[in-house]
Design a binder for this molecule. Structure first.
Ligand code: BV8
Length: 233
């Protein structure tokens, strides 16, 4: 691939695991403590807003106690040094990619440190607890909610992601089980556009069969080694 090639990187909970943030579907995973239907759907929010807000308040507060790991740092280094187009598409709602210095980044499933107004659709940085019926500063409705894409809701910036996948020369998936769509289908869109596809994960995922190559191991080891090799070409 020429140095001006387009790289699209998809990250999931596994890239933040070594920072101490629980994944969803592993042992002790987030979904083990809660049923997805109880905390990550519009119906759950309508049924028990206090539970849903508390679930995300706890995860937002936990961000104060974690820091980026070697995988986040390596991706930020690649972002800064790569002369071609590059986009990190994260399913994660933590801000560890940003805190490591990544710039060419987007969150398809929302962000813990953001609040969304269910009435006017405005979004804003939010670092504290977010009680149900918090007043929206933009429209004054008591309608602020976690800025999280729930199951059944449309992921953010899909057009931008699809456009990047259509131009990709290399698609790399890091730390995701390939369990959630449409993100789990990105590898196929990239391959259809002619991209080489690489998976870096602790174990084989639901999508491993779609990748040209799968490397198994912790992101904190595999990602810096991969970035060093890409930048050394
Ligand atoms: C939508 C909120 C319509 C934030 C989440 C087919 C097509 C389209 C949709 C569907 C479809 N089939 C079903 C659907 C509906 C649904 C879906 O996919 N359901 C699944 C369960 C079948 N999808 C939706 O509802 C989506 N919306 O489809 O709208 C649409 C579609 C396209 C265009 C227009 C409209 C909305 C999905 C978003 C839901 N929100 N979370 C939050 O609470 O955090 S999903 C949740 O799962 C998280 O966002 C998370 O990012 C995501 C995926 O999980 P992973 O990140 O992969 O984490 P997991 O624990 O599963 O795996 C971790 C991996 O890391 C493991 O493989 C592990 O081995 C590895 N690992 C662990 N440690 C390490 C490691 N790897 C490396 N190093 C380590 N140290």
């Amino acid at each position: 691939m020429s140095t001006a090639g387009t790289i699209v990187i998809l990250t999931g909970a596994g890239v933040s695991a070594e920072s101490g943030i629980a994944t969803f579907r592993g042992p002790g995973g987030l979904w083990e403590g809660h049923r997805v239907e109880d905390v990550c759907t519009p119906a759950a929010l309508a049924r028990d807003a206090a539970l849903v807000h508390r679930f995300y308040d706890l995860r937002r507060a936990a961000l104060d106690t974690v820091t980026p790991n070697a995988a986040h740092d390596a991706l930020a280094r690649l972002d800064a040094a790569w002369p071609g187009e590059l986009l990190i598409v994260t399913q994660n709602v933590d801000d560890l990619h940003e805190r490591a210095g990544a710039r060419r980044l987007l969150h398809v499933h929302g962000e813990l440190r953001s609040a969304l107004c269910a009435a006017c659709g405005s979004r804003r940085a939010w670092h504290d607890a977010l009680p149900p019926a918090t007043i929206c500063p933009a429209c004054a409705a008591p309608a602020l909610r976690p800025d999280i894409v729930f199951f059944g809701e449309i992921p953010y910036e899909m057009e931008r992601v699809e456009a990047a996948l259509a131009r990709a020369d290399l698609f790399v998936s890091i730390g995701t089980s390939g369990a959630v769509y449409p993100a789990a289908g990105f590898v196929r869109a990239a391959a259809a556009a002619g991209a080489a596809t690489l998976e870096l994960n602790l174990e084989r995922s639901a999508g491993s069969a779609w990748f040209d190559e799968t490397r198994l191991g912790p992101a904190g080891v595999l990602v810096p080694a991969w970035v060093d090799a890409v930048l050394a070409r």
